[in-house]
Design a protein around this ligand. Structure first.
Ligand SMILES: [Zn+2]
Ligand SMILES: [Zn+2]
Length: 160
């Protein structure tokens, strides 16, 4: 991606803006109970990006959370308006999960999978052709090959 193609996003009050400097890896919708509470809605849409491609400009605060699976995560919010911008999951080494709808062009990133459909709201109807999973999926068989390879390459170079 050259600079003009960087993806942009931010919070609702404008204090925090961000750029994503390379193509995201994968976008998914999660219907689990935790995501319902965190969003105050029926599901969340997250876009996974390599950790070194998210550039934050502005002040964010963080809270440590524990997922139903027991895995820890850190949620990042605008310190002024509280918009939940992204999550760092311990289980997703080297990646950050940006809240897709905080992207300016979020329509370009529809969910490539819907997960935890066991908790889906019964009145919510999804199209027949979306990729659905009762719980979690195996990235190896669900992600596009290009994303898997880019992620694998990044992990090799990662020094933390
Ligand atoms: Zn804000
Ligand atoms: Zn969830």
């Amino acid at each position: 991606m050259n600079k003009s193609e960087h993806l942009e996003g931010g919070c609702i009050c404008g204090q925090v803006k961000y750029q994503i400097t390379d193509k995201p890896l994968f976008t998914q919708a999660c219907h689990c109970k935790d995501c319902k509470v965190l969003t105050g809605s029926s599901y969340v849409v997250n876009t996974s990006v390599l950790e070194n491609t998210l550039m934050i400009d502005g002040e964010v605060s963080t809270t440590k959370l524990t997922a139903g699976s027991g895995a820890a995560s850190r949620a990042f919010f605008c310190t002024k308006c509280g918009t939940y911008l992204y999550t760092d999951y311990d289980s997703a080494v080297g990646r950050l999960n940006v809240r897709t709808k905080t992207l300016k062009e979020s329509d370009k990133f529809p969910p490539q999978a819907h997960i935890f459909l066991k908790d889906k709201d019964p009145w919510l109807n999804l199209s027949e052709d979306v990729n659905c999973f009762e719980k979690m999926y195996d990235a190896k068989t669900t992600w596009p090959k290009e994303s898997l390879e880019r992620y694998k390459e990044y992990l090799k170079t990662r020094s933390k």
